[in-house]
Design a protein around this ligand. Structure first.
Ligand code: FAD
Length: 429
């Protein structure tokens, strides 16, 4: 078993990182080379803006190259809950922004010629207990009626043709959801941004940010650069490399570990018994699982597993063992199957699990996708580029306040308590 992301291992690394020191003067500097930062840089460079992107590790090193590979349309929250919390208009706008983010990925892939196995697979939300059916069905009815007619309800008897998981009792199908190879998309975005003129540095963590004339000076171990505007696209990893310059964000973002395993490639008989519908799937449990097939037919099986704020080999291995047990319970015919990859990453949560994008103290930021950013990050990247170019009407999150989380300054000491709470809710549901 390899402790590395399957997406990293099966994609070609970005071929054009800058070799020399970090230096120069730019219109815009982007901090962070995930989908948010890469698409911001691509859009800016394509619009003729002089742009530099500083990535602490390598492009796609964060959540963008470590996720479960699902591009879900619609919001993850129950729609009634979203309407109550945000108001009907904002909930509707946000649902469609998630829809539109997948359309945008499809457009970018076509425009830039990115080969990343994109497919409108559809997503199944699976009722994990008989008692979950009524709530899931009510959510489906509301969504289907008010915001997304491209959804369907599947009875338990419809499921064998879709998924061979044990203990599923009905499902909601989101027809517009998609899947893709996340590593190939990250590399493709970086190559496109470079082709349009963006300079991208690897191994350049921004450690400080100071006013310089009408703009900013950013300091990295490889040198300094100046930029008129700064885009912060550091997601859950904000604070991993420098704390002080990003304090305002760290009071608002909770980094939470999320973990994934990938099996050896399944045989045709195993595919037919496991995921004959070849869609993305997620369960209704709070501490639940999500799964799909990879382009080479591995089962990619993820979940929160443990409530940890760390992802390293030892933490990932502990979570991998929990996921392996979960995989065997969900798909008993695959119990004991070889696990070829085990990895983890950090998810950037907000208190209400809605993302945020805006500007604070000279930083244009977009993050907090709360585990549903593989699609929204492309759209928000474009929004941040627009904001840097003075256009304010493309931000679907405009006007959403973002108060700090009480007693939180970056390290989420309360995660084990949250884990206990959700575990108890699952047991009682
Ligand atoms: C295990 C896991 C499973 C997931 N599964 C899904 C899924 O199936 N579907 C879905 O929609 N979402 C999923 N997500 C969430 C999704 O991957 C993220 O929301 C999305 O990729 C965030 O993109 P981003 O560009 O904002 O941030 P990231 O991709 O995290 O990029 C941030 C980058 O900033 C860099 N950085 C940080 N600090 C600095 C600094 N000081 N200087 C320079 N660079 C810096 C980091 O190195 C990193 O590369 C998952 C996440 C994880 C971890």
């Amino acid at each position: 078993m390899q402790f590395k992301s399957y997406w990293h291992d099966t994609s070609t690394p970005f071929s054009q990182p800058q070799n020399g020191p970090v230096q120069g003067s730019y219109d815009v500097a982007v901090i962070g080379g995930g989908f948010t930062g890469l698409n911001a840089a691509r859009k800016l460079a394509k619009s003729g803006v002089r742009v530099a992107l500083l990535e602490a590790d390598h492009v796609g090193a964060g959540g963008s190259g470590r996720n479960g590979g699902h591009l879900n349309n619609g919001i993850a929250h129950g729609y009634a809950e979203a309407k109550a919390h945000l108001g009907a208009e904002q909930a509707h706008r946000l649902y469609h922004a998630f829809d539109h983010s997948i359309d945008m990925i499809e457009e970018v892939i076509a425009e830039e010629g990115i080969d990343c196995n994109f497919r409108r697979a559809g997503k199944l939300k699976l009722a994990s207990k008989p008692s979950h059916v009524a709530g899931l069905r009510a959510n489906f009815d509301l969504i289907h009626r008010e915001v997304d007619p491209d959804t369907r309800w599947l009875e338990k008897s419809d499921l064998p043709g879709e998924v061979g998981a044990a203990g599923v009792h009905g499902a909601m199908l989101y027809e517009k959801a998609a899947m893709m190879h996340m590593g190939r998309y990250a590399t493709g975005l970086a190559e496109a941004a470079h082709r349009h003129g963006a300079k991208i540095w690897h191994g350049a963590p921004v450690a400080d940010r100071q006013h310089a004339g009408s703009g900013w000076e950013l300091t990295t171990p490889k040198g300094k650069l100046r930029a008129e505007r700064v885009i912060l696209a550091t997601g859950a990893y904000t604070g991993e490399y420098a704390k002080k310059p990003f304090r305002w964000i760290r009071h608002r973002i909770i980094p939470v570990g999320s973990f994934v395993v990938a099996t050896r490639p399944l045989t045709p008989d195993e595919i037919a018994a496991t995921l004959p519908g070849n869609r993305t799937c997620v369960t209704t449990m709070n501490i639940g699982n999500y799964f799909r097939l990879s382009p080479d037919n591995r089962l990619i099986f993820g979940g929160r597993a443990r409530f940890s704020a760390v992802s390293n080999q030892s933490s990932d291995a502990k979570s991998g063992a929990i996921l392996q047990a979960g995989l065997a319970k969900t798909f008993p015919h695959l119990a004991g199957i070889e696990i070829d990859y085990c990895w983890g990453g950090l998810v950037g949560m907000t208190k209400d699990r809605y993302p945020r994008a805006g500007e604070h103290d000279g930083m244009i930021y977009g993050m907090g996708y709360s585990g549903h950013g593989a699609q929204m990050s492309t759209l928000i990247g474009q929004t941040l580029a627009d904001l840097a170019m003075g256009r304010t009407d493309t931000n679907p999150l405009a006007g959403m306040s973002w108060p700090p989380i009480p007693a939180h300054s970056g390290q989420p000491w309360f995660l084990p308590l949250v884990g206990l709470w959700f575990g108890m809710k699952d047991r009682l549901s």
